[in-house]
Design a protein around this ligand. Structure first.
Ligand SMILES: [Ca+2]
Ligand SMILES: [Ca+2]
Length: 153
């Protein structure tokens, strides 16, 4: 009788340990995905800033009244890699020429096309000094939900 209880207890402990292990691995995978998104977002932001320094303009022109949002699609990445040190070769996050996040979605790039030296934060709408903000949609593939997004600032 006693050993039956002991077996049951050990089974429960094993189940609990398995649950913790699976939960922990899933958590680690999701945060490492976000870290990789953040790294790539910062690389793009740095490259767009150097593009602007080299060319004197951005990879796209926009209205002079406000800043615009672009995507890291193939056209954008071609222009970026042709001018800056951002290389498309050998990267696992380049798909059909576009830079994509861990879930295969392009990044969003907000650039200072009105040239006032600041870009409005997409989360708070507060002005942030600088020329470029880059962010991913995250695990849920939604740009509007922020806890899982990688971002350059
Ligand atoms: Ca601006
Ligand atoms: Ca999200």
């Amino acid at each position: 009788m006693k050993s039956k209880y002991l077996m049951l207890l050990m089974l429960l402990i094993a189940l609990w340990a398995a649950f913790l292990l699976i939960f922990g691995i899933r958590y680690m995978l999701s945060t490492s995905g976000q870290r990789l998104d953040t790294k790539a977002a910062r690389e793009v932001a740095t490259s767009v800033t150097s593009y602007h320094v080299i060319k004197g303009h951005f990879p796209a022109s926009g209205p002079e009244e406000y800043d615009i949002d672009l995507e890291t699609d193939a056209r954008f990445m071609r222009m970026l890699s042709a001018t800056t040190s951002f290389s498309l070769e050998g990267r696992s996050d380049i798909k059909d020429g576009a830079l994509v996040d861990q879930r295969g979605k392009t990044y969003r790039v907000r650039i200072d096309t009105d040239d006032d030296g600041e870009v409005h934060c997409p989360i708070t709408n507060e002005p942030i000094p600088g020329k470029v903000l880059v962010w991913s949609a995250g695990k849920d593939k939604l740009f509007e939900t922020w806890s899982d997004n990688g971002k350059s600032w």
